[in-house]
Structures are given as structure tokens and as C-alpha cells.
Design a protein around this ligand. Structure first.
Ligand SMILES: Nc1ncnc2c1ncn2[C@@H]1O[C@H](COP(=O)(O)OP(=O)(O)O)[C@@H](O)[C@H]1O
Ligand SMILES: [Mg+2]
Length: 274
């Protein structure tokens, strides 16, 4: 499905991503881990074509993604949605309009200028917000929502594109543990229920272990681990993070494991009721 071969990105003398090979044969939820500067964001940005590769190729379902130009490149960018740490919503715009922005690639400039959307799109946007438990917030300005709610709006915007792949760059790094868990559960659901491939850069080991089927460890631009959560032992983690003997799992760990399901459900219901 997704084939990445010898993908490389150099910024001057600095090689951010160094001859990376990744094969994804069927829909998966993949976590990418590694310390800051390992090349995780650059890798996702090349997959989405926000950044051009220096060399190497990406194929997706027979298409050479790295060679796409103009409208073909934009079509790929809507098939391959991106979610960011800082949500990237329009803060003063209402939630439903932010979600409708996910259809921007297929709308005319005039319709965009006057903020005109087909009613079918509006209904779909509301249905997606409802699925994520935040439909009640649809008329509010995005900036009025909590971080966790804003990230779910960003997920809704991504789903509006009906993407085959969802790329998430540190989607929970700015959230408290409880909201982090809600957002990871949403990403897991859109993988399991919709069959979409999710590739998420994650800054904590336990999140990758808990939610992903496969974990890719990057160090200095290279893939140094590619396996299951079970294979990701403390020794392997120490190697990925390049840490010395003082390395402790706690240093990359949040406490989200300790929150039980009942609590999560209570929080979601309380948030939806606001
Ligand atoms: N636009 C850029 N210009 C120059 N160097 C960059 C740019 N983006 C990233 N880098 C460098 O590439 C390396 C990998 O960065 P990045 O992909 O952001 O890593 P990560 O997401 O794992 O923290 C770092 O050394 C970073 O400084
Ligand atoms: Mg990054």
C-alpha cells in the first residue's frame, strides 16, 4: 500500500531523514518515536508532500507520490490528511466552518471567499462532530474550546477529507493526560472502524505501546527499530532515545495508563454536556 524507499531529506549539511525504508502492506496504526530532532516531523511532511524529498521515493497504491505536481499533488494531500500538535484551526471561526475547511481542495475560489458550502457538506460535518462527541460545540468559535476539544475538531476536519491515511504530528503533546487519552482513542477508532492507516509521531513510549500495532523508532534520521509494541523493550527504547544509563521509562511516560475506562467515559460525557 505505502512503500517508502531510501527517503532522504537534507537541510544543507544536516541530513534530517537518512535513507528511510518503510513498507506498509495493509491498514495499520503506526507510532513513530524518537527524541527531538530525530526526523519524525520531516518524515511525515515528506509523505504529505509539505516538504520535497532530497532523494528517494514514496509509492502509494501504485502511484509515485514523490513525483506528483499541481492538482495531483493537492489531490494526494486531501487523501493523506495531517493533524498537528497546535491544532492549526482558524481560532475566530466557528467549529463547523473549521471542519468544512477540510473540503477546501475541491471547492471553487468564489465559494470559499463567500463561505458558501453545500448543505450536504454541512450535514456531514455535523455528523462527524457528533461521532467525536463534540457536535454541541459546532456553532462556537474554535478558540472557545479546550485543547482536547480543538484537537478533536482538527480530527473532524481531517475526516471531512475522507482520507486513506491520517498523519498526526505529536497530536497529544500539548494536551493534559486525560485529553491525550481521548484524542488517542479517537485516532484508534478512525483506524479500527474506518480502516484508515494512522501514522502518529508520539513523544511518549507508553502511548505508542498502548495504541499502536507497530512502532517505528528513529534516531538521527534513520529507522533504528521497526516492530511490535511487545518487541519494544526498555533496552530497545534506550537505544532509540540514545540515552545513557540514567534513562528511565518514566522520563518519556505520561500517566495516562493509570486512568481507567470509567473515568474516561465520565469525562467524555461531561465534556459533551458543556
Ligand atoms: N526547515 C528546516 N530547515 C532546516 N533544518 C530543519 C528544518 N526542519 C527540520 N530541520 C532539522 O532536521 C532535523 C530533524 O527535524 P524534525 O524532523 O523536526 O525532527 P523531530 O520531529 O523528530 O523533532 C533537525 O536537526 C532539525 O533541526
Ligand atoms: Mg517534530
Amino acid at each position: 500500500m505505502l512503500h517508502i524507499e531510501k527517503l532522504t531529506k537534507a537541510f544543507g549539511p544536516n541530513t534530517a531523514v537518512d535513507a528511510v525504508n518503510i513498507q506498509v502492506e495493509e491498514s495499520r496504526m503506526i507510532g513513530v518515536i524518537g527524541r527531538s530532532g530525530a526526523g519524525k516531523s520531516t518524515l511525515l511532511r515528506m509523505i504529505n508532500r509539505l516538504t520535497d524529498a532530497t532523494s528517494g521515493v514514496i509509492h502509494f497504491e501504485g502511484r509515485e507520490i514523490t513525483a506528483l505536481r499541481g492538482p495531483d499533488k493537492r489531490a494526494w494531500q486531501s487523501e493523506c490528511a495531517m493533524i498537528f500538535q497546535q491544532f492549526n484551526l482558524v481560532p475566530r471561526m466557528d467549529v463547523v466552518s473549521n471542519v468544512l475547511h477540510g473540503t477546501l481542495n475541491r471547492r471553487s475560489t468564489l465559494a470559499t471567499m463567500f463561505n458558501i458550502y453545500p448543505s450536504a457538506d454541512i450535514h456531514r460535518a455535523i455528523a462527524i462532530l457528533d461521532r467525536l462527541g463534540i457536535a454541541d460545540h459546532a456553532p462556537k468559535r474554535a478558540e472557545a474550546l479546550s485543547g482536547g476539544q480543538q484537537q478533536r475538531v482538527a480530527i473532524a476536519r481531517a475526516l471531512m477529507q475522507d482520507p486513506k491515511i491520517v498523519l498526526a504530528d505529536e497530536p497529544i503533546a500539548s494536551l493534559d493526560p486525560m485529553n491525550a487519552q481521548l484524542v488517542m482513542q479517537d485516532l484508534r477508532r478512525i483506524h479500527e472502524e474506518d480502516g484508515r492507516t494512522v501514522i502518529a509521531n508520539l513523544h511518549t513510549l507508553d502511548t505508542a505501546r498502548r495504541y499502536c500495532d507497530r512502532v517505528i523508532g528513529m534516531r538521527e534520521g534513520r529507522v533504528v527499530f521497526d516492530g511490535t509494541p511487545e518487541q519494544l523493550t526498555t533496552g530497545v527504547a534506550r537505544d532509540i532515545y540514545g540515552a545513557d544509563a540514567s534513562f528511565s521509562e518514566d522520563s518519556t511516560s505520561t500517566s495516562i495508563e493509570t486512568l481507567d475506562r470509567g473515568l474516561t467515559r465520565a469525562v467524555r460525557e461531561a465534556e459533551a454536556a458543556v
